[in-house]
Design a protein. Structure first.
Ligand code: NAD
Ligand code: TYD
Length: 333
């Protein structure tokens, strides 16, 4: 099976490429990635010489480049490529619209023209907005609150339209928050771990009572594999673990794992439009035979250990452009 994985130089895309190469001796992969600030080929340096792996630099919103890459006998497209960070989308939504909406449309159009076997859209639970109690189901209405989630929702709607209108065999997945090795140190967990390793404080937004649901890399890869294997065309699948924590609870766990205390917390002004709570009902996926294997704290410990052992990976990312962005937002770093 020949896969086009877009955004494969990012956090979860690179982990999933490694998972496919390790678990499927027949899998061939073309990784198509623009290499934005979030794309990093170092994430895949262990597989770069694998004869079943090829990297092509390109933008999913560039119709010509996408049509060209599709000529390589692609059978399945998995679209991980996206602008992904909510705070960046608040500072400037344009790139999000260009990639997450226009890019998704461009890929769908190319996939339709090549009559591929399947198109899988990697999306987020954030399209459903915020749920004060209970859980999002696959039928929950889209109520996105940030430019990021609004852009992802736009892309997801387009995927639905290509299934309904043109019969393109599509699947949409809505996952809870990812965490684990190779996550760019702008997202909560790697930002906090690396700040603490640098002897800095961790910036908790507002009162820290916002709730997120978390999935570790290995559980996510198995979930997506299950959906690829047993999911049906035209269907939507939520991916969730029910590991739900307030940001403050999570911060306390990270501090404990690192032998630090609450003196390292700095409360900073809240994110505008900050969603209060995400909680995902993943019963439909569990019916396909998947369940998380790693408990949350075990995953967090593995994550802390990875960042401790891979300082050179994240040190470079935390300099330059990232610091400028961070200072603009909070005035300090
Ligand atoms: P990431 O930000 O680590 O990586 C994104 C990758 O996409 C980078 O390699 C980047 O270079 C590439 N990219 C960006 N724009 C592109 C374009 N126009 N053309 C080609 N490549 C482009 O992302 P991640 O956190 O691994 O998320 C992957 C996917 O999963 C995204 O679609 C995201 O919306 C979704 N998702 C993320 C989370 C999360 O917690 N991070 C949760 C649920 C769903
Ligand atoms: P984030 O990792 O940006 O993911 P998302 O907003 O897509 O869920 O943030 C996770 C939670 O952590 C969210 O409630 C915002 C909060 N947060 C902080 O409190 N401080 C920070 O520095 C960051 C980046 C996030």
């Amino acid at each position: 099976m020949k896969f086009l994985i877009t955004g494969g130089a990012g956090f979860m895309g690179s982990n999933f490429i490694r998972y496919l190469l390790d678990n499927y001796p027949e899998a061939e992969i073309v990784n198509f990635d623009k290499l934005t600030y979030a794309g990093n080929l170092e994430n895949l340096k262990d597989v770069k010489d694998n004869s079943r792996y090829e990297f092509v630099r390109g933008d999913i919103a560039d119709a010509k480049a996408v049509a060209e890459v599709m000529e390589r006998g692609i059978e399945v497209v998995i679209n991980f490529a996206a602008e992904t960070h909510v705070d960046r989308s608040i500072l400037g939504p344009r790139d999000f619209i260009m990639t997450d909406v226009l890019g998704t449309y461009t890929l769908l159009e190319a996939a339709r023209n090549k009559e591929i076997k399947r198109y899988v859209q990697i999306s987020t639970d954030e399209v459903f907005g915020s749920v004060e109690e209970g859980e999002f189901s696959e039928q929950s209405p889209f109520e996105p609150n940030s430019p990021y989630s609004a852009s992802k929702a736009g892309g997801d709607h387009m995927v639905r339209a290509y299934w309904k209108t043109y019969g393109l065999p599509t699947i949409v997945t809505h996952s809870c928050n990812f965490y684990g090795p190779y996550q760019y140190p702008e997202k909560l967990i790697p930002l906090f771990i690396t700040n603490l390793l640098e002897g800095k404080k961790v910036p908790v937004y507002g009162n820290g009572q916002n709730v997120r649901e978390w999935i570790f890399v290995s559980d996510y890869c198995r979930a997506l594999d299950t959906i690829l294997d047993r999911g049906e065309d035209g269907e939507v699948y939520n991916i969730g673990t029910a590991y739900r924590k307030t940001n403050l609870e999570l911060t306390q766990l990270v501090l404990e794992l690192m032998g630090l205390n609450e003196d390292s917390i700095e409360y900073v002004p809240d994110r505008p439009g900050h969603d209060q709570r995400y909680a995902v009902n993943s019963e439909k996926l569990r019916q396909l035979g998947w369940a998380p294997e790693l408990d949350f704290e075990q995953g967090l410990k593995e994550t802390v250990d990875w960042y401790k052992e891979n300082e050179s990976w994240w040190k470079r990312l935390k300099s330059g452009e990232y610091l400028k962005y961070y200072r603009k937002q909070y005035g300090s770093a």
